[in-house]
Ligand binder design. Structure first.
Ligand SMILES: Nc1ncnc2c1ncn2[C@@H]1O[C@H](COP(=O)(O)OP(=O)(O)O)[C@@H](O)[C@H]1O
Ligand SMILES: [Mg+2]
Length: 251
């Protein structure tokens, strides 16, 4: 279980998060919704160690994740994608996937010099894993294209695949469906269902309410840095106050 307890974070005078608590369970997808500026991305940053909160703490499976240390959070198995995918655009799709892979055990100059066969074997295994992941996300036929050549939706799938190469315990996804065509959203949904079935923890920030209703087991609604509602997608949809006031949809 990934827990954020009583998180507060201010940018100067602006309270981006105030007393926010969420709990995301393994094998479940937790939706995080709310209007622009409500603090969703900031909360993902806190969970991933990219921002240090003023108050509160994050635990994964009962272990405290030290704040503000993204590489430590990653070592604990917490990984996030960004609203604008962070890819190496002048590398190929396959090379990007290899960047997402964890470093080999015992990676060192000593190994390179004196264990070349072991290193080559490891590289072949990584390559096979990267290709398998590309098949899984439907981009294998573009393995040798530059990442730049992919559509925005394909880049989002690639960044999910890169994250999955590290076999994270918890995936934090920031608006994966925004600006993505329906066919690729359907592929994301299939992928996330499979990821959930693997028992991973998923936190999904998304404005696409159809996707949220389709995928999420529970939903937390943020507004102006505070949790204003939580429940099943059906409960949230039936909460007229939330729908009318915060999501801009007719009740
Ligand atoms: N680096 C920053 N400096 C100052 N204010 C910021 C910064 N990042 C975000 N904010 C502000 O914090 C609030 C929450 O932002 P954010 O977490 O990006 O919201 P969301 O992802 O829900 O749209 C917004 O008012 C935003 O303008
Ligand atoms: Mg955001």
């Amino acid at each position: 279980m990934l827990i954020a307890a009583d998180i507060a974070l201010s940018y100067g005078e602006l309270h981006a998060l105030r007393g926010v608590s969420i709990a995301a369970e393994p094998g479940r997808i937790l939706g995080l919704v709310g209007p622009n500026g409500s603090g969703k991305s900031t909360l993902l940053n806190v969970l991933a160690g990219l921002q240090r909160p003023d108050n509160g703490n994050v635990t994964l499976d009962g272990r405290t994740i030290p704040p503000g240390l993204p590489h430590v959070a990653a070592q604990h198995g917490i990984g996030r994608t960004f609203q604008v995918p962070r890819l190496a655009r002048r590398l190929t799709v396959l090379q990007n996937m290899l960047v997402g892979a964890p470093p080999p055990p015992g990676e060192s100059l000593w190994h390179l010099l004196f264990r070349p066969r072991q290193v080559r074997r490891h590289e072949r295994a990584l390559h096979a894993a990267a290709m398998a992941m590309l098949h899984r996300i439907g981009l294998a036929h573009q393995a040798d294209d530059y990442a730049d050549a992919l559509s925005g939706g394909q880049q989002k799938l690639l960044s999910m695949g890169m994250l999955l190469m590290g076999a994270p315990r918890a995936l934090l996804l920031d608006e994966p469906a925004a600006g993505v065509n329906p066919a690729l959203i359907a592929r994301q949904i299939d992928l996330l269902r499979a990821v959930r079935a693997e028992g991973r923890i998923v936190v999904l920030v998304e404005h696409n309410m159809e996707m949220v209703a389709d995928l999420c087991d529970r939903v937390v609604v943020l507004d102006a840095g505070e949790v204003i509602a939580s429940g099943t997608p059906a409960e949230i949809r039936a909460d007229h106050r939330v729908m009318r006031s915060y999501l801009g949809e007719p009740a």
